[in-house]
Design a protein around this ligand. Structure first.
Ligand SMILES: Nc1ncnc2c1ncn2[C@@H]1O[C@H](COP(=O)(O)OP(=O)(O)OP(=O)(O)O)[C@@H](O)[C@H]1O
Ligand SMILES: [Mg+2]
Length: 256
């Protein structure tokens, strides 16, 4: 296993359990730089857990995670994280601009308060997601899709090299989804690596260069055309997926 400084994200033997029940079992992989990578698997597969454990937000049973060859603690400035929306306390009394400014804290030295530059960068990021007019609004008073955009703006403000986004498309309208995917492609053009938890199997091929299929174990990871196969999807989703036409494009979820 290489822990090269050129590899944005590598995971070695990662095992995570809640109350002794393993939810991630011996996960090992690495991803190349400058790719958009979809993380795909059923509810409860451990997708959010993989991100949280990699960022040190929850403890792991064993295994190592390397961000550009070093530990998360050493590289936190390089990482942008958009959490799954339900996991955020939206009643926290803070404005949209404040939330985006939080993305800049890693760039400030000790005892430095955010100044004009930080504010300008935060406003630019709000503008990029079409939310400049809402800068002063309390986040609790924004719609779900608007909140999602604020979190995206915060991740942009971080100016990270490696991004983790947990279901950024959930609850957003079609126009916002297009805007987000355009932003993700811009990040990619800048050489950044973006991992995105994604549930809509019909857009996986269009959106992602690489796919990780996860269900407690790692089923497969690699270029979309070789990994996003009917066979791998059956393994990931088991009986909960009906395959029509034998092509992944025509997969539908059954309601079992
Ligand atoms: N705080 C917790 N305490 C106990 N079990 C948990 C906790 N958080 C998650 N789990 C369990 O761990 C497993 C993986 O959860 P996780 O949130 O990583 O799934 P996921 O793949 O992100 O699912 P979804 O698509 O629904 O977001 C699930 O079985 C879940 O019930
Ligand atoms: Mg999740």
């Amino acid at each position: 296993m290489r822990h090269s400084e050129d590899t944005p994200f590598s995971v070695n033997g990662l095992t995570v359990a809640y109350q002794r029940k393993p939810v991630l079992d011996d996960i090992t992989f690495e991803v190349p730089e400058g790719k958009l990578i979809g993380i795909v698997g059923p509810n409860g597969a451990g997708k959010s857990t993989l991100i949280k454990a990699s960022l040190g937000l929850i403890p792991k049973v064993r295994g190592d995670v390397f961000i550009y060859g070093k530990s998360y603690a050493q590289q936190r400035k390089m990482i942008g994280y958009v959490p799954q929306r339900e996991s955020v306390d939206w009643d926290f009394p803070t404005s949209a601009l404040d939330v985006v400014m939080m993305g800049r804290y890693g760039h400030l030295g000790w005892f430095k308060r955010p100044g004009m530059t930080e504010r300008r960068i935060a406003m630019e990021c709000l503008a990029k997601v079409g939310m400049a007019d809402f800068a002063g609004r309390q986040i609790s008073q924004l719609s779900g899709g608007q909140q999602q955009r604020i979190f995206l703006a915060r991740a942009l403000a971080q100016d990270a090299k490696l991004y983790f986004m947990d279901e950024p498309f959930v609850g957003v309208d079609a126009a916002t989804e297009k805007a987000i995917i355009t932003l993700l492609n811009e990040l990619k053009k800048q050489g950044k690596t973006v991992l995105v938890v994604h549930h809509d199997l019909s857009t996986v091929k269009e959106y992602f260069d690489w796919v990780m299929l996860l269900n407690v174990s790692l089923i497969d990871i690699g270029p979309t055309e070789s990994v996003f196969t009917a066979h791998n999807l059956q393994t990931a989703y088991g009986g909960r997926l009906a395959v029509l036409d034998r092509t992944p494009d025509a997969l539908v979820m059954t309601s079992r």
